[in-house]
Design a protein around this ligand. Structure first.
Ligand code: F6R
Length: 366
């Protein structure tokens, strides 16, 4: 049932071109510049007038929420707050009927996320669920929602569910932008056309696998690892660090690249691998200077770069190329090599990648 792969995690990583495509099916109409989300269409009017959105989730789903914040603010111009469900529920949060709360959960059964929903509901908010498991608890207690359609995820470390969550949030951001008139139809035509090609670009990212195995060989004995990114690359860094720690048991931290100088830079020496999302986008020059700071302290730089990049290649110890794409879609591509890197490191360290110690697929107790 692993389809010829050694582990479910690897199978699920490789399924992503298909799972992302399934997630978009029937929902995007690139030629017409239109997004259709049946699950939330009844709220199209409400979306025109809301003042803010609160996203609640845990773990990897919370990282998807951070990508959602970036996309919804950028395109729909609605302020978004992303909350850990476990913190939100105990904070006497300020919520009203005017708010929309988006709960993100692969399993649809996470106790803290469910409790956060119940609380928000009591205070009158409208709840949208973004879940993978059909018929699970969260879709049942939500007012509306959008399924990710990634198919069953068996590996405990979330991979295809994450990229499907990000895909749904991308669709939601465009849907909201369309309702609110914050995006031109021509812009939507070109964004949706590009989004439609993302599964093929994800497939290209997977082609770097052999090169990633070489990098994994070099990193497998590290005790620490730093992941840096800016903008939508920041949640990718957090997700890369979480994947590495949960399956390989290497201590890893994700940071916004510019925060490095406010503390973590003290950790950098010749023993410290630093994985940097350094694709050619709006923060490219700034990330380059962050890389220089790491190299000046002899850190080992592994950079995720845009295909054909020359500048970063001169400085980095290792580069992994991903196809060029609009910044909006960077998380869907840059996440792939980081999943593969964690996977190979964990396998080389003899870890049980599908069932890491102390972890369960769904956390139904708080
Ligand atoms: C990490 C991972 C966990 C889950 C978290 C939330 O790979 O799988 O961090 O993302 O427990 O689970 P769901 O999405 O089912 O609510």
């Amino acid at each position: 049932e692993k389809g010829g792969y050694d582990h479910f995690m690897l199978k699920e990583i490789y399924e992503q071109p298909r799972s992302i495509r399934d997630c978009m099916r029937g929902r995007i109409y690139p030629n017409e510049g239109k997004v259709q989300l049946g699950g939330i269409k009844d709220y199209a009017d409400k979306l025109k007038n809301i003042d803010r959105i609160i996203i609640v989730a845990c773990g990897t789903s919370w990282h998807a929420g951070l990508v959602g914040e970036y996309l919804i603010e950028e395109y729909a111009r609605i302020p978004v707050e992303v909350e850990y469900a476990s913190e939100f529920r105990y904070r006497n949060p300020i919520i009203s009927e005017k708010d929309i709360v988006i709960a993100i959960s692969q399993s649809g059964e996470t106790a803290d996320t469910m409790a956060a929903i119940e609380l928000a509901k009591e205070r009158g908010a409208t709840i949208f669920g973004i879940c993978n498991v059909a018929g699970s608890s969260i879709p049942r207690i939500s007012d509306a929602g959008v399924y990710t359609h990634a198919g069953p995820e068996i590996g405990v470390a979330s991979t295809k569910a994450f990229t499907a969550q990000v895909t749904v949030l991308t669709l939601m951001a465009f849907f909201m932008a369309q309702q609110r008139g914050t995006i031109k139809e021509s812009a939507l035509v070109s964004l949706l056309t590009e989004l439609d090609s993302i599964p093929d670009l994800v497939d290209k990212c997977l082609k770097a696998d052999n090169h990633i195995i070489e990098i994994a060989t070099a990193l497998k004995d590290s005790s620490n690892c730093l992941f840096l990114g800016r903008g939508s690359g920041f949640p990718v860094a957090l997700e890369g660090a979480l994947k590495l720690k949960e399956i390989s048991y290497i201590h890893a931290e994700g940071y916004p690249a510019a925060e490095m100088k406010h503390g973590p830079i003290a950790l950098i020496d010749a023993e410290m691998p630093v994985i940097v999302i350094a694709t050619r986008n709006s923060s490219y020059e700034k990330v380059i200077s962050n890389i220089q700071e790491v190299k000046a302290r002899k850190g080992i730089v592994i950079a995720i770069v845009t295909e054909g990049d020359k500048e970063v290649r001169k400085m980095a110890d290792y580069v992994i190329e991903i196809p060029d794409a609009n910044e909006a879609f960077l998380p869907l591509l840059a996440t792939i090599p980081l999943q593969l890197l964690s996977y190979h490191i964990a396998v080389m360290r003899g870890c049980n990648v599908d069932q890491p110690r102390n972890l369960a697929k769904s956390v139904t107790v708080e």
